[in-house]
Design a binder for this molecule. Structure first.
Ligand SMILES: Nc1ncnc2c1ncn2[C@@H]1O[C@H](COP(=O)(O)OP(=O)(O)O)[C@@H](O)[C@H]1O
Ligand SMILES: [Mg+2]
Length: 179
């Protein structure tokens, strides 16, 4: 019997490494998910922990043209970028009530491509039962108060038919040396 998915962890010391990691994650998802690709990513972390920065790299890794600026969709709630597959960047920070999402046809939209959802706690039902959980933390030097970059944790939640292969790829990704 295969083991349950593990929690993978990586330290990213700069904005550049945060973007580079997102880009590698995008390549990995294109390579390891069977088409038609459909995956939701639940993105947890306080303001300033690098969630949107990683989204930029992820979008480019999924083939969004680098001329397209991927910024925070906080005011639009949802921004879809077209890469090799759709990349839905969602930020629910300003959502007052989960019912605001009803009737937008989100379920069908998010079934296609990669959905990167910041602040999913605001409307948990958007995630369904299977998703990739990514947690972001800001690291500080306790003595000097200096910023030491960010730590990411990643874990597959729920049932994914390709789970073992993807889990191994994520493990290897988190052991990579990034700039
Ligand atoms: N790994 C990192 N190390 C240092 N700074 C980072 C890192 N990742 C992101 N940043 C910086 O942190 C700031 C906040 O990033 P942002 O992606 O907007 O956070 P969030 O979307 O979580 O609020 C930006 O100035 C960004 O350049
Ligand atoms: Mg953000």
């Amino acid at each position: 019997m295969k083991a349950n998915p593990q929690t993978h962890k990586i330290h990213l010391k700069s904005t550049q490494s945060q973007i580079a990691f997102g880009r590698e994650l995008g390549h990995l998802l294109l390579k390891h998910l069977p088409p038609p690709i459909s995956l939701k990513i639940a993105v947890l972390g306080e303001v300033g922990t690098g969630k949107t920065t990683l989204a930029q790299g992820l979008g480019y890794g999924l083939g969004v043209p680098e001329t397209q600026y991927i910024n925070s969709p906080t005011f639009a709630l949802l921004q879809t970028h077209q890469g090799q597959i759709p990349f839905h960047h969602i930020d629910l920070y300003r959502l007052n009530d989960a019912s605001e999402l009803y009737g937008l046809g989100l379920d069908d939209l998010l079934d296609q491509g990669i959905s990167y959802i910041e602040w999913p706690q605001r409307a948990e039902q958007i995630l369904g039962e299977s998703f990739l959980l990514m947690g972001f933390e800001h690291d500080w030097d306790e003595k000097t108060g200096e910023s030491l970059g960010r730590t990411l944790t990643i874990k597959l939640i729920g049932h994914h038919p390709y789970r073992d292969d993807l889990d191994l790829a994520l493990k290897n990704l988190c052991q990579m040396d990034l700039i």
